[in-house]
Design a binder for this molecule. Sequence first.
Ligand code: NAG
Ligand code: NAG
Ligand code: NAG
Ligand code: NAG
Ligand code: FE2
Length: 384
Amino acid sequence: MMHDELSVVIELIYPILSSQYFMCRYTYKLGHKLFNGSYVWSGMYSFKASPYPGQGSLQRVVIFGDMGKAEFDGSNEYNDFQPGSLNTTYQLVKDLKNIDIVLHIGDLCYANGYLSQWDQFTAQIEPIASTVPYMVGSGNHERDWPGTGSFYGNMDSGGECGVLAETMFYVPAENRAKFWYSTDYGMFRFCIADTEHDWRPGTVQYKFIEHCLSSVDREKQPWLIFLAHRVLGYSSADFYGAEGSTEEPMGRESLQELWQKYKVDIAFYGHVHNYERTCPVYQNTCVRNGSHHYSGPFGATTHVVVGGGGASLADFAPVRAKWSYVRDHDYGFVKLTAFNHSTLLFEYKKSSNGRVHDHFTISRDYRDILACTIDGCQGTTLAS
Ligand SMILES: *[C@@H]1O[C@H](CO)[C@@H](O)[C@H](O)[C@H]1NC(C)=O
Ligand SMILES: *[C@@H]1O[C@H](CO)[C@@H](O)[C@H](O)[C@H]1NC(C)=O
Ligand SMILES: *[C@@H]1O[C@H](CO)[C@@H](O)[C@H](O)[C@H]1NC(C)=O
Ligand SMILES: *[C@@H]1O[C@H](CO)[C@@H](O)[C@H](O)[C@H]1NC(C)=O
Ligand SMILES: [Fe+2]
């Protein structure tokens, strides 16, 4: 046995009866084994067991990208590239008892090869990540490096090539070097893509995305969410605009048929450091007008850029497309609340004060999901 190891003790303390469901709370501590065989122990932490797929309890999900880390006293940072990071962290810690799971969709800490910065980042998010599932996606700052198999050949990972991200965080991926995976949380199915690897039709990732979207039972898990780091859907970022575009090349051209066919409710992206929400949009056209309340049959996917977790803000292009419904040039994050199988609340909150700046609800029944929509009428449903 090695003299230096990490030991985890997980103890089931008590099952508490929460509404009609049993919910287990686990308390645990981490131990470090010393040379002489004794342990030094951390304090006690606790988390509650996740709801089973389909469970109809209250479920609250926080989503953002591009947070990074910073110092309260500015001591260790030479370019202050993530000025919103501490505010975002602070708001999440403050509201932690009302958060069940966090999804940080890429550009986690911007260590870019300076490994001590991962320790700084994990220390900053410790109150969150020790209490609720902290699920991550992979971004350019985790993965990209020339000649290493990343889809983009830039140097944004500083040579990390995804090794740090895949080692520091567990994700239920078949191959953790390829960072795409699906995860269920009660009434939610999350399909998390990896934009730093090829997603186009014919690739392994494309097959995964279709399988993830198609294999969910929407009667039990009505809320179907697609997530990726780079914008595969729609964004008015000036740096896309400079290329005459509103997305990564080959993004929605490759995937919009899947989102539409499988009726993805909301698609989230980071990479662009601001906030933007579209109308329910398909092939550049609003299938429904942008709104604060949607009900009845599915029209099209709502696309949301939520890359204002902390890294320096990105500007919008001067031209505004019709699909661009709400924009905010500020730091913030999204919170989804599923009350039950028929009501979902979406809130975008500012990191500076935690206040809701944009919101909408979706109200509908299972039969609304079965109903036909443009290019979204499956032969196997009853609605023919
Ligand atoms: C092991 O070493 C630690 C740190 O030096 C010390 O505090 C502890 O008492 C030692 N335990 C035993 C069983 O000798
Ligand atoms: C959106 O609203 C406008 C006017 O408010 C209306 O003319 C148009 O038909 C609506 N479009 C859709 C897709 O509902
Ligand atoms: C679902 O939750 C919403 C919001 O709390 C509530 O208005 C609605 O009645 C609930 N629906 C069902 C079927 O329980
Ligand atoms: C962080 O929050 C404080 C308090 O609301 C605010 O004054 C400050 O501008 C925020 N920082 C950034 C970078 O948004
Ligand atoms: Fe990025």
